[in-house]
Write a protein that binds this ligand. Structure first.
Ligand SMILES: *Cc1c(COP(=O)(O)O)cnc(C)c1O
Length: 229
């Protein structure tokens, strides 16, 4: 199948999953994860009408964003090293991967210097998995209160990357947990956190049933990557 056909299929699955959950298809934004793919390949998905893209490596963001259409929205979805913030910040529409107070403070400070107000999500390690980045469930709420005082960040919600499990039902509880954490913080802080970034190629329909508003889908659109990133 072509990239355009894959995209069509993924969009169909999004519509199906939202309908099943009694939600509007418009509540879910597809982030096409183009990591490892060259700009010629990414252009195919753009030509098919997909304008929101996700990248997880700073080097790829720096190479691709400046040479593609300025109308595209690039989401930074991978762990961000602190010394790369200044370069990447002007190129990203949203950062999904704010995974520590230190990083948040750095992004806020540099955003101030650059006169930017970046939309960000806090990455949560819902399974308390040692191999994953993100705030632990235990520290999240307090971290949120500290970070919501920062002047330049616009905290829009939460993101999670559960450990891979071939059975999407096995990760459903983690998606549900992220939504519960979001609801709890919204209630206690009286602020709106509209976004939940969760779900990848093999499990995004389940994530949508559990409330995802941003799904990050790579291989189901572009095909299998040569190397796993
Ligand atoms: C690579 C990646 C994805 C997309 O993964 P696929 O399984 O190819 O859909 C989603 N989120 C993050 C953080 C990623 O690094």
């Amino acid at each position: 199948m072509s990239i355009a056909e894959n995209l069509e299929q993924v969009r169909g699955q999004i519509t199906e999953a939202t309908a099943k959950a009694g939600r509007n298809a418009g509540e879910v934004t597809l982030v096409a994860v183009s990591k490892t793919w060259p700009v010629e390949v990414i252009q195919e998905v753009v030509d098919a009408g997909q304008f929101v893209l996700g990248e997880n490596k700073v080097q790829e963001i720096l190479e691709k964003v400046p040479v593609m259409s300025a109308d595209l929205k690039w989401h930074c979805i991978g762990h961000l090293q602190k010394n790369k913030v200044r370069k990447v910040l002007p190129l990203c529409a949203m950062i999904h991967s704010i995974d520590s107070v230190d990083l948040a403070e750095r992004v806020d400070r540099i955003a101030g210097e650059l006169d930017l107000h970046p939309e960000v999500l806090l990455q949560v390690n819902v399974a308390d998995d040692d191999a994953k980045f993100g705030f632990s469930v235990a520290e999240l709420e307090e971290a949120f209160y500290d970070l919501s005082a920062l002047a330049n960040l616009r905290i829009k919600g939460l993101m999670t990357v559960p450990a891979f499990d071939p059975d999407p039902e096995a990760v459903r509880p983690f998606f549900a947990r992220l939504r519960e954490l979001r609801d709890r913080i919204e209630d206690s802080s009286k602020t709106s956190l509209p976004h939940l970034s969760m779900g990848m190629s093999h499990d995004f329909p389940v994530a949508i049933e559990e409330g995802a508003t941003l799904v990050r889908v790579g291989s189901s659109i572009f095909g299998k990557r040569d190397y796993p990133v």
